[in-house]
Design a protein around this ligand. Structure first.
Ligand code: SAH
Length: 387
């Protein structure tokens, strides 16, 4: 009970924000609960061996998004949407977000008035600044700030950038992203680099990765290493295998695995991420990897139709999971092992059933807590061909 009160007192907006559903629960119990939940969902499908947690479960998010609006008095506010609404809950400090990112967002909010920058009003379509996104390279300390504006015209942008850099010399790149649409998507398609190289880099498992504003990159760098190391261990690579990294994002898993594989193929739908993946392979001197842009299911189907084979398949689909088409094509490629990284345990359970039908049995699952304080659960499963 004592701990309950204490945790709640740590965050004044936890109720309205709703992001940290588990804030009141001691961390150790959170891990136990997540493990139980996973075991329940995978009952009869796969034994859950453990739930790997964090030593310090706070301020782990290296990607922070703030929506900008104004309060009744017309003062700029920034924060998160209240659950199921478009009311903005003002957030100054967040227990799970990177503290430097929150500080930069606070600075930007404080600069708006003197630069006469109006926050965007969703109802009237009037105003300029819609969102700010900050991404920080955990190992490199590089910081990207993305200013999402409703129109390309950004009066006094050079002075704004200069002033922001003066206050935060640690920022390494600033991007203006233009999103004029009436949509809940944060980022639009057009971008101007206002300062720096237009992306950040980070180091994971000894490899250097380039991350652009729109590419997917895991948000908890400490646990990402734990997850990747586990995934690669479960793959049991010997240096000879043909490996597929499906839903590969910026190529992280494939590039890390390439050192202990014969050759790797990466497949990803988002073309910015594929561009990042290709440059990441080059920058790391990894020559035995190729990336393809397209739908993972179609790619696998084509490979199977061409009579190709694979020894190990990694798949790391979005929360909606994979598809029957993908899974049946995996079976045709005939890998001895499949390593499934999942951020949606319900769709994982569904997909493991499809895998079973296709001749692959799930042998062990490990939960990796990428999102302390949050209900969300990530896990990695080793599957083997045969029943
Ligand atoms: N393995 C990467 C990315 C995982 S996130 C990492 O660990 O960082 C899931 C990725 O799947 C995203 O990059 C998303 O763009 C991609 N994706 C979503 N649907 C896809 C599809 N149908 N085919 C291929 N990639 C897809």
């Amino acid at each position: 009970m004592e701990e309950k009160k204490k945790e709640r007192a740590l965050c004044p907006v936890s109720k309205k924000c709703g992001g940290c559903q588990l804030l009141d629960i001691p961390y150790k119990k959170q891990l136990d609960d997540k493990r139980k939940m996973l075991s329940g969902l995978l009952k009869d499908l796969c034994p859950v061996k453990g739930m790997l947690g964090m030593e310090d479960p706070y301020h782990y998010r290296n990607k922070v998004h703030a929506v900008f609006s104004r309060d009744r008095k017309g003062n700029p506010v920034s924060g998160v949407y209240q659950a199921n609404s478009h009311i903005v809950v003002p957030v100054e400090k967040c227990l799970i977000e990177d503290e430097k990112a929150d500080e930069i967002i606070g600075t930007i909010r404080g600069m708006l008035r003197s630069f006469k920058i109006k926050t965007y009003d969703e109802d009237t379509g009037y105003g300029l600044l819609r969102h700010v996104l900050v991404k920080r390279g955990f190992s490199t300390n590089e910081i990207m700030v993305v200013l999402v504006t409703a129109s390309p015209i950004f009066p006094s942008k050079n002075n704004f950038v200069k002033a922001l850099r003066q206050k935060h010399p640690e920022i390494t790149t600033i991007i203006q992203n233009i999103n004029g649409r009436g949509t809940s998507m944060v980022l639009g398609d057009r971008e101007n680099v206002l300062y720096g190289k237009g992306y950040i880099e980070d180091v994971l498992c000894g490899r250097r990765f380039r991350v652009s504003s729109r590419s997917f990159y895991q948000v908890n760098p400490v646990q990402t290493e734990v997850l990747y190391k586990k995934a690669i261990k479960l793959a049991g690579l010997t240096g000879k295998e043909t490996v597929i990294d499906a839903y590969c994002g910026i190529g992280t898993i494939g590039i890390i695995a390439a050192g202990s594989a014969g050759n790797v193929l990466g497949i990803e739908l988002n073309k910015d991420a594929v561009r990042d993946a290709i440059s990441n392979a080059k920058a790391n001197g990894v020559k035995n990897i190729r990336f393809y842009c397209g739908d993972a299911g179609e790619f696998m189907e084509q490979m199977a139709a061409d009579g190709e084979k694979a020894d190990v398949v990694f798949l790391d689909p979005p929360r909606s999971g994979s598809t029957e088409k993908f899974i049946n094509s995996v079976a045709k490629l005939g890998p001895a092992r499949v390593v499934y990284i999942s951020c949606g345990p319900e769709t994982l359970a569904r997909d493991l059933k499809w895998f079973k039908k296709a001749g692959y049995k799930a042998k062990e699952a490990w939960g990796v807590d990428m999102f302390p304080m949050v209900e969300h659960c990530e896990c990695v499963v080793r599957l083997e061909r045969g029943r």
